[in-house]
Ligand binder design. Structure first.
Ligand SMILES: Nc1ncnc2c1ncn2[C@@H]1O[C@H](COP(=O)(O)OP(=O)(O)O)[C@@H](O)[C@H]1O
Ligand SMILES: Nc1nc2c(ncn2[C@H]2C[C@H](O)[C@@H](COP(=O)(O)O)O2)c(=O)[nH]1
Length: 214
């Protein structure tokens, strides 16, 4: 059983690449629940009030999708549970969660990670990280068009998105749950450009072959 997981900042291209990889490998794609997430718009309206609730919501839905994914054979998850801690730590550092909430969240996450250890596969086989610059991230967020994510709606998101990118660099360097590969999300338009798509998918397949997974 091979489990691949995508990582990267908001709008990096995780969901898009997840579908492309699943199609190329003939496996199943598992997407994080965003558009039916009742807390996400509330968080962007009032991050101080909803940061903790949103994190609990994501942790719960992430855990559901991991269990579904592990029940199937080869598959691809469009975000890792390991990034949840990144988002919450960043929001806590920005004063959007108190120490009690941080402790409760960390205890719950540790508890759930323990459960994952008992599953048929406790870690993914490969993390596929998409690197994007702030400019590309913003272009993609604009293109996708979720109203609450637009810096034109909320200029404070400029700082939030820059901060998120700052948190991702050390996060990727310190990530050691599985082998990992970086995709240059600025260079390759794997959504609109067929040639770029082939290059990116070939990179991922070459890594999987090197690991003996295909
Ligand atoms: N490499 C890319 N080149 C051009 N557009 C992209 C690329 N990756 C994603 N997009 C577009 O950017 C938007 C966000 O992509 P998405 O896959 O939803 O990102 P994520 O899941 O990382 O938030 C979508 O409109 C998508 O079509
Ligand atoms: N505060 C948090 N926000 C999160 C988390 N995971 C995702 N998100 C937000 C970011 C986007 O607005 C949206 C979807 O993320 P994409 O990267 O798929 O665009 O949800 C989280 O753990 N905490």
């Amino acid at each position: 059983m091979t489990v691949l997981v995508l990582s990267g900042a908001i709008g990096a291209g995780k969901s898009s690449l997840t579908g492309l990889i699943a199609k190329r490998l003939g496996t199943e794609a598992f997407y994080e629940s965003v558009d039916d997430n009742p807390v996400l718009p509330l968080f962007y309206e009032d991050p101080n009030k909803y940061a903790f609730l949103l994190q609990i919501y994501f942790l719960n839905t992430r855990f559901h999708s991991i269990k579904r994914a592990l029940a199937a054979d080869n598959n691809v998850l469009d975000r890792s549970i390991y990034e949840d801690a990144l988002f919450f730590q960043m929001n806590a550092d920005m004063g959007r969660a108190n120490q009690t909430e941080v402790k409760i969240y960390k205890d719950l996450l540790a508890n759930m990670m323990e459960e994952i250890k008992g599953m048929p596969k406790k870690n993914p086989d490969l993390l596929i990280h998409i690197d994007v610059s702030y400019e590309t991230m913003l272009k993609r967020i604009t293109k996708r068009g979720r109203s609450y994510e637009q810096v034109t709606t909320d200029p404070s998101l400029v700082k939030y998105y820059h901060t998120l990118l700052d948190y991702y660099e050390p996060w990727y360097e310190n990530y050691n749950y599985s082998p990992k590969i970086r995709i240059d999300g600025d260079k390759y338009d794997f959504v609109e450009n067929e040639q770029d798509r082939v290059i990116v998918l070939d990179q991922i397949e070459a890594k999987l072959r090197e690991m003996g997974k295909i």
